[in-house]
Design a protein around this ligand. Structure first.
Ligand SMILES: Cc1cc2nc3c(=O)[nH]c(=O)nc-3n(C[C@H](O)[C@H](O)[C@H](O)COP(=O)(O)OP(=O)(O)OC[C@H]3O[C@@H](n4cnc5c(N)ncnc54)[C@H](O)[C@@H]3O)c2cc1C
Length: 491
């Protein structure tokens, strides 16, 4: 038994949903596209699972968060796939793939062939057993990757009311779950081996802010140690968590958030791998020309950091999926994927966004005892990334732009003093003609082109994408301060 499609997407998660949306926008014909997904529901916005889904009152439930509501676009309920002639094969795992023959074999025994394949298999949660800790399938030890996990977690939360929850891991899942558990009135302790939460992204100063905020909500932190074993009752439920430092924590509920592993196994030995994922080029095309990879599973060239990265974030999943579809259906008009890394989180009343790269030296700004503060990262004299907590839409847009523009920074102290105003003023600058780089400096450097005494220097673009973006501003912070002071006095 078998069916043939022009386009097949494996994985009905975020990237699968956004890819389908893009295919329809570009006029895919009825019967040409098929999505095969192990999950039993149509693609949805996965970040909702650790946020609205866990709320005790008026929780988010499907169909409210099907793709693509996360980017304020239409909501693709199952009906939408039907209306657009897309074959949505749910609850079905692809168990093997043959990229030479262009065929997939499903767990139900069906062979599906394709002309173009998009791999959107995402990642799976790392299990304790992979680290030598046996949870013996205890019903109150929870992971959080998909809807089934979320439903199980909700059940355990409801049956543990007023009890003790232990969260293992201080990353995204750990932080968001801990907040949700405390909102559900559990006593929460977070345990992780690092010296701070969100160690891969946050500076110690940023982490300290969130840890203090969490502590003010009653969450306890035990850092620098790991889980070694559980105590069980006669029903096989975990009753306590044992840590390497000798601590025993009573537990009615344990959430494990210790990382993820990309779902690449179908393609090991068939496609080139890098950074734990499927290596693709700037069109999201793998080492096999008919096969594309998107979302968490794809390792792609991130031009702005001149590196290949595998990102585990929803914005990257959405945009890489759209780009792959564009590259497949309109190759001549699709350039290289030019992605600015973007991560965000929302917990309690807090909300942060990060753009770019967190390499080099961090320059903090704002009032860390209040609601709006942030940081820039400066690497080799260039601003490469930015972080902002508690910003407005306009402020976040400014942070994104400044991280995209990558201004030159000569004076870290000035950057710190200017803080958010620096990003906002870059945003306010009128765009120069496409293909120009403006250096706001002390008037030095060749090619001065006026700028009202500001010392604007126009240079030729270094990269084609700069020209495409329309503007690149490299700013000398000291001179910028001068310019900004004048501007403020004027208005
Ligand atoms: C609880 C949670 C909260 C998150 N919150 C945030 C956040 O606040 N901000 C942020 O930026 N990112 C967040 N993320 C990360 C974000 O959701 C992911 O980066 C995004 O979902 C990746 O999309 P994807 O399509 O690559 O993978 P997924 O969305 O994971 O989809 C993969 C799909 O492929 C299916 N699949 C896998 N293997 C097979 C197979 N062999 N056969 C058939 N189907 C298969 C899976 O069942 C799944 O449906 C969160 C993730 C989780 C789990």
């Amino acid at each position: 038994m078998g069916r043939a499609f022009v386009y097949v997407i494996i994985g009905g998660g975020v990237a699968g949903g956004y890819a389908a949306h893009e295919f329809v926008k570009r006029g895919v014909s009825q019967g040409e596209l098929c999505i095969i997904s192990e999950e039993t529901v149509a693609p949805y916005e996965r970040p909702a699972l650790s946020k609205g889904y866990l709320l005790p009152e008026d929780p988010a439930r499907l169909p409210s968060f099907h793709c693509c509501v996360g980017s304020n676009e239409e909501r693709l309920a199952p009906k939408w796939y039907k209306e657009n002639g897309i074959e949505l094969i749910l609850g079905t795992r692809v168990k093997s793939a043959d990229v030479r023959r262009k065929t997939l074999l499903t767990a139900t025994g069906e062979t599906i062939s394709y002309k173009y394949l998009i791999i959107a298999t995402g990642a799976r949660a790392l299990k304790l057993e992979e680290f030598g800790v046996n949870a013996l399938d205890a019903t109150n030890v929870c992971y959080l990757r998909d809807l089934a996990d979320a439903d199980r977690l909700v059940d355990v939360i409801q049956s543990s009311s007023g009890g003790n929850a232990v969260v293992i891991g201080g990353g995204y899942i750990g932080m968001e779950c801990a907040a949700s558990l405390v909102i559900n009135k559990l006593n929460v302790t977070m345990v992780f081996p690092e010296a701070q939460c969100m160690a891969r992204l946050f500076t110690p100063k940023i982490a300290n802010y969130y840890e203090e905020f969490y502590q003010s909500k009653g969450i306890k932190f035990i850092k620098g140690t790991v889980l070694t074993s559980f105590d069980f009752n006669s029903d096989g439920k975990v009753t306590a968590v044992n840590l390497r430092d000798g601590t025993k924590l009573p537990a009615d509920l344990v959430v494990i958030g210790i990382g993820i592993r990309p779902n690449t196994s179908l393609f090991e030995g068939q496609l080139t791998m890098e950074k734990g994922g499927i290596k693709v080029n700037g069109k999201m095309q793998s080492s096999n020309a008919s096969v594309y990879a998107v979302g968490d599973v794809a390792a792609f060239p991130v031009r702005i950091v001149s590196d290949t990265r595998r990102l585990e974030h929803v914005d990257s999943a959405r945009k890489s999926a759209r780009h792959a579809v564009s590259a497949i259906v309109d190759p001549t008009n699709t350039g290289e994927f030019d992605y600015l890394p973007f991560f965000y989180s929302r917990v309690f009343t807090l909300s942060w966004q990060f753009y770019g790269d967190n390499s080099g030296e961090a320059v903090h700004f704002g009032e860390f005892d209040k609601t709006t503060f942030g940081a820039y990262w400066v690497n080799n004299g260039v601003l490469v990334g930015s972080f902002l907590e508690g910003g407005t839409k306009e402020q976040y847009e400014a942070m994104a732009l400044v991280s995209r523009v990558k201004p030159r920074v000569e004076d870290l102290g000035e950057l710190e003093r200017l803080g958010l105003e620096f990003a906002l003023s870059v945003k306010e600058k009128p765009s120069p003609a496409a293909g120009e780089i403006i250096v706001v400096g002390g008037g030095g450097g060749g090619g001065a082109s006026g700028g009202g005494g500001v010392g604007v220097v126009v240079e030729k673009p270094l990269y084609g994408w700069h020209a495409a973006a329309g503007v690149i501003v490299a700013a000398s912070i000291a001179a910028f301060a001068y310019w900004y002071g004048r501007r403020r006095r004027r208005w």
